[in-house]
Structure formats: C-alpha cells, structure tokens
Design a protein around this ligand. Structure first.
Ligand SMILES: [Zn+2]
Length: 323
C-alpha cells in the first residue's frame, strides 16, 4: 500500500510570549511569526497537527493521513488508545514558562474533556545556571499551597533543579513544574493540551492583560510533595557498530531513545510507527521501495508501522520514539 512509506512532517510553530528565535534560526522551522516558542514535530492534536511534507500524501495533516492509511500505519500497540497517544515538541524557552500543572486522564475527562498529560523533557541545550521547577522541596498542606498562591510566595517551596545538556525529567501528571529561561528541550508527552496555570510572574499576555490562571483546578490536581521520580542525567549509552543509543524514558504512552548515528539498521514492525526527530547534524533514511528521505536539524520523519527494515546514515543525533 502506497501510504505505508516514510515521510517528513512539517511542524506547526507556536509563538507563545516566552519563546525565542532559535527554533527558526538553528532548527530550521518555518513560521510567519518572528519567534517560535514551540514546534509541534509529531502532532495529531487539533490545536496544531503536523503536516505531511511531500510524497503521495503530501499536504495532508497527520490525522488526515492516519484516517486514510488506517490503524495499520500506527501499529497494533496503538490500537488500545482511543486517540493518537503521543505529542512531540521542541521548546525554546527564552523566558520562563508559567508555573503549571496538568491533570491525569480521570480528572481531564470529568472537567471539560480531553486527556491528561504525563510528559518527559530531554534537555537539548541550556545556558549556564539554567534551572527549572519540578515538584516541591517537601510536602506541604493544601492550605499552605493556597495561601502561598495568594500571597505570591509559592516559589519558596518549589524544588529548583539546575539543568545540564542531556538531563531527563519525567513529569507525571499532577507534578507542578515550570521550564526556566535559557532552556531548549524536547518534550515527549501524552497527546493533550490541558494546562492549569498557577503563577505567571505577573506578566501580561499578547493582549496586554495578565494571562488566565486556573487556581481551583490546579489545587485539585497538584501532588503537594517532592517529585516521585528524580531527574536523571543521560544514562550510559549502549554502543553498537555505527551508532549508540540511550534509553530516555519508557511508559505506557511512549518509549524514547536518544541516538547518535553514523549508520544504523532500524525496523518499523507491525506493533508501532517510528518517529525520528533530528536534533543535531543531518542524515538520510533509506528503505526498500521508498524514496530516500534527507533530514536535518529540527526535521521530523514518520515511519509507518509495518514498513519493515530501513537504514539511517549520516552524522546525526535523533530522538527516536515509538509506542
Ligand atoms: Zn507542562
């Protein structure tokens, strides 16, 4: 079937107020705006679906492509989800993001619909002394949480984590967090866009008014304790002829590797599609019966499930994800 061949995806960029320009100048993203806070590299979300670039299905959005190609393109391990399970973004935080939290599936369902959000961050680059907020330093009561939101002292009890290139953070739903200024990262997350904003540093939005806060929802869903999983530096790499790889995270929604490749034999079996996001260098992808695909830093390639064996060659670092 002609649809089951690899293709590139064009990302949708978001120009949120805290974003910078690096995704445009260094990561080859195209946008009409003069800044790009996020590029949605693998997205079926209605707020910004990625678009198929070239080939028989060029111009279709990723959800349109999946409608056409069928569940076979996603793979049997995706069949249990009522929706496309994963969303992958690059994020350039020139300024800090708001202090926020995401609900779990159960809460999202009963409060406006949609899905919860567990997410993972892989720090691609950061300025010296960059930090983010990740859960609390110690347990606090709901009363204290509300009081500190009201009197503006919440930051005092948050767990401040200094970050380095290659660090990995796993943010279970319900974990309070904020990406700090000067951090460029890849976010691999559940396919959801529900954010409860708690504190926005007194900033004004594009319309000149403070951005909306969602305190009541946040108080409902926030786990008032240190994060359950600590951040981890990028673990020991497994080395193979032609490439090395490091497992970044694995959960029911996604399994993610960082791979440094000169040449690697890959395989998209019937259980899941493969997602390739290039974060350094460039490479090309070759597979039987399909045209070669060239990609560079910031590029996103979707390999349908059941495509079979393929080769990536070049000099590149990729985020490799499957379900
Ligand atoms: Zn978040």
């Amino acid at each position: 079937m002609s649809e089951l061949k690899p293709f590139k995806l064009t990302a949708v960029c978001k120009d949120y107020i805290w974003g910078g320009t690096r995704l445009i100048t260094e990561y080859n993203q195209k946008t009409a705006s003069d800044k790009a806070a996020e590029s949605w590299e693998l997205s079926c979300h209605p707020d910004g679906p990625s678009v198929v670039d070239g080939g028989a299905c060029g111009g279709l959005t990723l959800p349109e492509y999946i409608n056409k190609a069928g569940i076979k393109a996603l793979g049997s391990d995706c069949a249990k989800f009522p929706y496309f399970p994963v969303l992958i973004k690059l994020i350039d935080a020139k300024n800090s993001l708001s202090i926020q939290v995401h609900p779990d599936n159960a809460y999202a369902k009963t409060h406006g619909g949609g899905f919860g959000k567990t997410e993972m961050w892989y720090i691609i680059d950061c300025k010296p002394e960059a930090f983010l907020y990740y859960g609390f330093k110690h347990k606090i009561s709901k009363g204290e949480f509300k009081e500190r939101i009201e009197n503006g002292t919440l930051l005092e009890v948050l767990n401040k984590a200094y970050v380095h290139k290659g660090d990995v953070f796993f943010i279970d739903s319900g974990t309070l967090h904020a990406i700090g200024e000067g951090i460029l990262l890849a976010e691999i997350q559940q396919n959801s866009n529900i954010t409860y904003r708690i504190y926005d540093y007194g900033r004004l939005g594009k319309d000149g008014k403070p951005r909306e806060l969602h305190i009541a929802n946040a108080v409902d869903v926030t786990r008032l304790a240190p994060p359950e999983r600590q951040s981890s530096p990028q673990g020991p790499a497994e080395t193979f002829p032609g490439y090395s790889r490091t497992l970044l995270a694995s959960c029911e929604y996604f399994t993610v590797y960082d791979m440094k490749i000169n040449e690697a034999e890959m395989n998209a079996g019937e259980n899941s599609f493969n997602s390739i996001i290039c974060i350094n260098g460039k490479g090309s992808l070759h597979g039987a019966g399909a045209e070669a695909i060239e990609f560079e830093k910031g590029g996103s390639v979707f390999v349908p499930a059941s495509f079979g064996p393929y080769t990536i060659s070049g000099n590149c670092e990729i985020i490799f994800t499957y379900v």
